[in-house]
Design a protein around this ligand. Sequence first.
Ligand SMILES: N[C@@H](CCC(=O)N[C@@H](CS)C(=O)NCC(=O)O)C(=O)O
Length: 107
Amino acid sequence: MAPYTLYGMGPRALKVQLVAAFANVEIQKAPFTMGITNKTPWYLKMNPNGKFPLLVTPGGPIFESNAICRFIATHSPQPTGIYPEPSSAEVREQVRHVLKLELYREK
Ligand SMILES: N[C@@H](CCC(=O)N[C@@H](CS)C(=O)NCC(=O)O)C(=O)O
């Protein structure tokens, strides 16, 4: 059984699934009903803003899709190239910019 469980649907959850597939990290997709699952007390304990996606890991829950993607990429069994290394301050700024403005845009 995969150690990571993903809650959510839509473009941000899809982005997480794409990164996981690319990074060869197995994630399990949990049953999810928008507006119901993400408003249960159990879910709100893990993500108080009630938004999705949410990744549950053995170390605890992670929310914010870009943070989840970074977590998955850094837990890949092989280098993915998704995030450059070694990481200088300039490269980190570049990655932040791409994540914020290019990888996913609010329409
Ligand atoms: N910055 C967050 C945004 C999360 C977000 O707004 N998710 C939407 C779905 S894509 C959501 O949870 N909507 C339901 C709600 O606000 O109750 C992320 O990237 O994960």
